[in-house]
Design a binder for this molecule. Structure first.
Ligand SMILES: [Mn+2]
Length: 431
């Protein structure tokens, strides 16, 4: 396998930190043993965790005000794959990438797949983009795409999504994520029901082009760029559309796409209950669709989401398999550092949720012991599982401390030389 980081550097890093890790691991093993939990099982579970990295996350995102490019940013999909390979090499938690078209479109898709495989990377859900115009495009999306009043615009948007499916097939992907910014900025701008009817008509055409073993994920978003009424604004609309379209259509939950204080874990429980939870875009936020690093603002919410996922997994068994993807915008950090630490934070919530004694919690709930029920979750959330995550990485050949290791490699500085800024190159595209 091709590695972007010299394996000797990773081994050197791990050798320096291993004695401390062994001590921390032994101490945590003792704490967990007193609770009747086996640390080895948890470490093995942590080694199975995987979350996909979005190709657009490898570059600096920027805001609507400005974009401040970082040093040695990737300028195309091949360079994005190099960075994704670094992230997976040092965390062993991100074995797949989620591409976004048309940015990641290349002339030889088979060659792209081979290069990714060379790094040990697969392709997760593909993402379409009808929220901005591309050079040479026949019709503008200024007034909508899948919901446009114009049949020609809708046809163009449908055709793009079908092309994404074809590209995804060639890459080995199994799902298409559709997010549209369609909606209205003013009351009266469009007919609220008519827009959703047109959306469903367009989506039926896309759904019809799905291979038998594919899913289509509907991503909702409360607002922006439509500030008055977004066509697919909430999980209820997403659920209704997914149900109308058929069994291959499922809902995608982006953690940043809800009103402040929304109980997202309850949405997760509802979608799981009715078999419509397709996947996640993990990120964090304080106010709106901030696209901040996962777990950086509200790690308890992330834990509670995974607590519902653990409950669903226990009920549904191996058929319950939602897609996990990061979806973040990195404006003031090195995207590689943000993506590595975010993958670890999502993995942390996954392991913390595994600490919950589910049978014990059910008993507490049945006996209406409210305080003890709440404490059962808090105890799991308060447990520092860092040593489990680090041991899982060590055993999988990754770095005990991914960011610290990355900083010893000089990778970013070397990319600064190898990737001089290119006029017109864009790596953004955050949904
Ligand atoms: Mn998203």
């Amino acid at each position: 396998m091709n590695t972007m980081i010299n394996e000797g550097l990773v081994a050197e890093h791990n050798a320096k930190l291993q004695a401390n890790l062994d001590a921390d691991y032994a101490a945590l093993a003792g704490v967990l043993q007193r609770r009747g939990q086996d640390i080895e099982q948890l470490t093995a579970l942590a080694q199975t965790f995987a979350v996909a990295v979005p190709t657009w996350g490898a570059g600096t995102g920027g805001t609507r005000f400005a974009r401040f490019p970082g040093v040695g940013e990737p300028r195309n999909i091949f360079e994005k794959l190099e960075d994704c390979a670094v992230i997976n090499q040092l965390t062993q938690a991100t074995p797949a990438v989620s591409p976004h078209f048309p940015w990641d479109k290349v002339s030889d898709t088979a060659a792209l797949r081979e290069i990714a495989q060379g790094y040990g990377l697969a392709f997760d859900a593909v993402n379409s983009n009808t929220f901005q115009d591309q050079l040479g495009q026949a019709h503008t999306y200024k007034h909508g795409s899948l919901t446009s009043q114009s049949a020609a615009v809708r046809a163009q948007a449908v055709e793009h999504n079908i092309e994404c499916i074809e590209l995804g097939r060639a890459l080995g992907s199994k799902a298409l994520t559709v997010w549209v910014g369609d909606g209205a900025n003013f009351p009266g701008q469009h007919n609220l029901r008519g827009a959703l009817e047109r959306y469903l008509d367009s989506m039926r055409d896309i759904y019809g082009a799905l291979p038998a073993d594919w899913n289509i994920f509907i991503e909702h978003k409360l607002f922006e760029p439509a500030f008055y009424a977004t066509t697919i604004a909430d999980w209820g609309t997403s659920f209704a559309c997914a149900t109308t379209l058929g069994p291959k259509a499922k809902c995608l939950v982006d953690l940043g796409h809800h009103a402040p204080n929304t109980n997202i874990e309850m949405i997760v429980a509802r979608l799981a209950q009715f078999g419509k939870l397709g996947g996640f875009h993990f990120n964090d936020s304080k106010y709106g669709d901030d696209d901040l690093d996962s777990g950086s603002i509200n790690p308890f919410q992330l834990f509670l989401v995974f607590n519902e996922l653990a409950d669903a997994a226990e009920r549904e068994g191996s058929t319950f398999n939602p897609a996990y993807m990061l979806d973040q915008s990195h404006n003031v950090t090195d995207p590689i550092e943000s993506l590595m630490s975010s993958a670890v934070e999502v993995q942390r919530a996954f392991i913390q949720s595994a600490l919950v004694d589910r049978a014990g919690l059910r008993q507490l709930q049945e006996s209406n012991d409210v305080h003890a029920s709440a404490q059962a979750l808090k105890q799991a959330f308060r447990t520092d599982v860092s040593a489990i995550l680090a041991m899982a990485r060590l055993r999988s050949g990754a770095a005990i401390d991914p960011v610290a290791c990355y900083r010893t490699t000089g990778y970013r500085e070397a990319r600064g030389v190898a990737r001089p800024p290119k006029a017109g190159a864009s790596s953004s595209g955050i949904v």
